[in-house]
Design a protein around this ligand. Sequence first.
Ligand SMILES: N[C@@H](CCC(=O)N[C@@H](CS)C(=O)NCC(=O)O)C(=O)O
Length: 235
Amino acid sequence: MPDLSAFAITRKWPPRFPDRLQLYSLPTPNGVKVAIMLEETGLPYEPHRVSFDTHDQMSPEFLSLNPNNKIPAILDPNGPGGQPLPLFESGAILIYLADKTGRFLPRDPAARYGALQWLMFQMGGIGPMFGQVGFFNKFAGKHFEDKRPRDRYVAEAKRLLQVLEGQLRKQAWIAGDEYTIADIATFPWVRNLVGFYEAGDLVGIADFPNVTRALDTFLARPAVARGLVIPGSGD
Ligand SMILES: N[C@@H](CCC(=O)N[C@@H](CS)C(=O)NCC(=O)O)C(=O)O
């Protein structure tokens, strides 16, 4: 049985199954990426809810695993060399899980780098820019009189959607005809943009029919439907 007691995070979220991968998360667009990947691969894991309502992400226990106070994060009791591996940043976690399971990242080196480039496109572009659209359209920024910041991020979100549309017009998924971690990283953000952020009309989502088609295909996957609500309120 792996001993995870050296990791302070296990004091706040004690593992019931210490031999399983420990997930610390919340069903946000970044959080669900890892839950979906775990559901897709079938790796045994134990989810723990990091509640923003009680600022769990700022607790010393959580910060001991991720000093950047953001979910998702994991602690894999069976990491490289059989040693426990703590990890944060959703993109790094997706790559780690893809390598660990041999799933959702092509083995061919050129195709692998191709998928990783689209994963980075999500991490550096889609996530930060769509997040700003959410802030200026739905949250505190909504009340700002000056609409130029909102319009700047809406324009950038449209441009990014157009780039995705170009990919998805010629192939099934973002990096090719194979479903990869680039899709797992990106579609939760597209879903959030048109759903929770209520920005579908603002970004003209109807102008991107192939993005919508791929989003629908993504959402129809049973593992995606499960991952979107993990961790649940009881975790
Ligand atoms: N680049 C990070 C971003 C993670 C992130 O922004 N997480 C948000 C939720 S979607 C968060 O934890 N926010 C809490 C906070 O900022 O206090 C990743 O992809 O893991």
